[in-house]
Design a protein around this ligand. Structure first.
Ligand code: G6P
Length: 609
């Protein structure tokens, strides 16, 4: 994901900007660049590849100057190369941009008709040209940025400098984050706090449609109407290192609590008020998704469970057939691939040997194309896929996958919506699902507040040897994921069943020593699930029910422990209900004293067969 850093200071800013870019590297990117105002002239350095490659060019020919902007780019419009890397310059203006401008084609044509010559394929350069044109018509930089953003459709966070006003940076945001770092005699912009924490912990989080102007001594935020607005300064609690545990006892706990941000980052600049933005899976994904008649999803472990959730979603909303298979099975059997089938690989690391091998095998099997949903931009799975969607979970250190799973669900929800829109879902339902998905980060944040109740519940599991997890419909894979979490870090034997299967076998195991965890959101299957739970109750099983805040579960009271989860809607419920199950596994493991982050016999990235 693109990253932005900008600064106005008395000292040379390029080293600060480059340090900020390095802190944003976890987001994934394929090129980077810095532009600095050097005695009234804009000078820049850009390079494909790692920040350190761009830095080497900078060190060979430093850019002195106290005003600058910098960027890490993850290619959307135009391949990753130096010409497409940010900052982009037009006349007296340089700009860095995160997001996608939907109406850039018409704006570009209009500017070209007026004689503007573009040097890149990006939508960003269009913004630079528009701002420069407005300045040429007599506007100040801030006015020119305001006038330009009013002409834009789509998502953006930008930072802009102008050689006419070398003492300032102007920023703006819509649908992509931008914040201000407030220093002493120096001020900063960044796309997340991680980029700025090395220089200040005082942050102003900008709202949608804010425009901000920073100088060394001032920060002023404006609304889209150009009127000044007040925004509070917050003291950030962030550590200076994304992979430090900070206040958390384990990485797993930290990563569970990072989920609202990780999911918000994954949705950022990909879904807007009118729906999913174009080509978020890569250039020309539209034609491929249009031609898709079915999907084969292949993955391992937790990523496989994300694929199972997607099967329920895609079949319900897009009405396309989906087969989901663990990669180690897929690669060695003869699958039938109907015409028009899209191959989807899901992997946190992008290096899991079976998933990678399955993807390579798929090349021989005649798929329409391959899509990778992955957390590591430079991984093999990503490099080899035709289409890609990066989850933006940041580094996941705990072996038990948590934020990688919920961000995969966010990515798969976007895929579901893209497919559904193209394959007949009606506009109203599409709009409602989009709105629901945008509520997901908040809903996960609310679910995290269940932690104290879950710590109490966990005490009950310390002496247990076995546990059963039950779910129906789209919550069945959530039950599978809950059981996997518990077994891999607490070493309690846990199994998950589709609740309707209970009486076909596992009911024989149920007695007063068997905790039965049920995932029970509101929905058409709730009454069916209740009947299954009555079967458990009748056998003396110890029920733990995670029920929707809105569901009528009062008749189940007295059967064990009932915990309310505010699902935020049936579409996003699988991601939300996952959170208490993660917390349960985590706290049971802590109480049992296991090595939570590095459970015995397991590895984070399984690169052997
Ligand atoms: C290992 C990890 C799991 C992960 C699985 C698949 O087993 O411990 O947490 O779900 O690999 O990994 P991937 O990186 O492909 O998602």
């Amino acid at each position: 994901m693109c990253g932005i850093v900008a600064a106005v200071a008395q000292r040379d800013v390029a080293p600060l900007l480059i340090a900020g870019l390095k802190a944003l590297e976890y987001r994934g990117y394929d090129s980077s660049g810095v532009a600095v105002l050097d005695r009234g002239t804009i000078r820049r350095v850009r390079a494909k590849g790692k920040v350190r490659e761009m830095e080497a060019l900078y060190l060979a020919d430093p850019l002195p100057g106290g005003t600058g902007i910098a960027h890490t780019r993850w290619a959307t419009h135009g391949v990753p190369n130096e010409a497409n890397a940010h900052p982009h310059i037009a006349g007296r203006v340089a700009i860095v941009h995160n997001g996608i401008i939907e109406n850039y084609v018409s704006l570009r044509a209009e500017l070209q008709a007026g004689g503007h010559v573009f040097t890149s394929e990006t939508d960003t350069e269009v913004m630079a040209a528009l701002i420069d044109r407005h300045i040429g018509q007599g506007m100040k930089l801030r006015e020119a940025v305001l006038a330009t953003v009013r002409e834009l459709e789509g998502a953006y966070a930008i930072a802009v400098i102008s050689s006419d006003e070398p003492d300032r940076v102007v920023g703006a945001r819509r649908g992509a984050p931008l914040l201000v770092g407030v220093g002493i005699g120096e001020n900063f912009l960044g796309s997340d706090a991680q980029a700025l924490i090395q220089v200040t912990n005082r942050m102003i989080y900008l709202d949608e449609d804010d425009v901000v102007e920073i100088t060394r001594d001032s920060v002023q935020v404006y609304g889209l109407d150009g009127m000044p607005v007040e925004r509070a300064v917050h003291e950030s609690e962030l550590s200076t290192d994304a992979v430090e545990r900070g206040e958390y006892r384990h990485y797993m706990q930290k990563e569970i609590f990072e989920q609202p941000r990780a999911v918000a980052d994954t949705l950022e600049a990909r879904i807007g008020p009118h729906g999913v933005l174009p080509n978020i899976f890569g250039i020309d994904s539209g034609a491929l998704l249009q031609a898709t008649r079915g999907l084969h999803i292949v993955a391992c472990g937790t990523s496989y469970h994300a694929g199972l959730v997607a099967k329920y979603w895609i079949e319900e909303y897009a009405r396309l057939p989906v087969a989901v298979e663990v990669a180690s099975e897929y690669r060695y059997r003869e699958t039938v691939v109907p015409e028009g089938t899209l191959f989807v690989a899901i992997s946190q690391s992008g290096e899991t040997a079976d998933t990678l091998a399955a993807m390579r095998e798929s090349r021989r099997r005649g798929y329409l194309g391959t899509l990778a949903i992955c957390n590591v931009p430079e991984s093999s799975v990503v490099r080899e896929a035709d289409l890609k969607l990066m989850t933006r979970a940041g580094p996941e250190i705990g072996v038990a996958s948590t934020k990688a799973f919920t961000t995969q669900l966010a990515g798969l929800a976007l895929l579901t919506l893209e497919l559904a829109r193209r394959h007949g879902l009606d506009d109203d339902r599409y709009a409602a699902l989009c709105a629901e998905l945008q509520r997901l980060p908040r809903a996960i944040g609310e679910a995290l507040q269940m932690e104290p109740a879950i710590i109490e519940l966990a005490a009950d599991f310390i002496q247990r040897q076995h546990a059963l997890f039950l779910g129906r419909g789209v919550q069945y894979p959530v039950a599978l994921e809950g059981a996997l979490k518990l077994k891999e870090i607490s070493y309690i034997h846990a199994e998950a069943y589709a609740a309707g299967e209970l009486k076909h076998g596992p009911l024989a195991l149920v007695d007063e020593n068997m905790p039965v965890v049920a995932v029970a959101p509101n929905g058409p299957l709730l009454d069916k699930l209740k009947s299954n739970l009555q079967e458990v109750r009748a056998r003396g099983g110890r029920l733990i029910v995670f029920a929707d805040g809105a569901a009528g579960m009062d008749d189940m009271a007295g059967s064990g422990t009932m915990l309310r989860v505010e699902s935020g809607g049936s579409f996003i419920a699988p991601a939300v209900f996952t959170v208490p199950l993660q917390l349960l596994a985590y706290h049971v493991a802590v109480l049992r004293g296991t090595d939570v982050d590095q459970p015995r016999n397991l590895a984070k990235s399984v690169t052997v067969e």
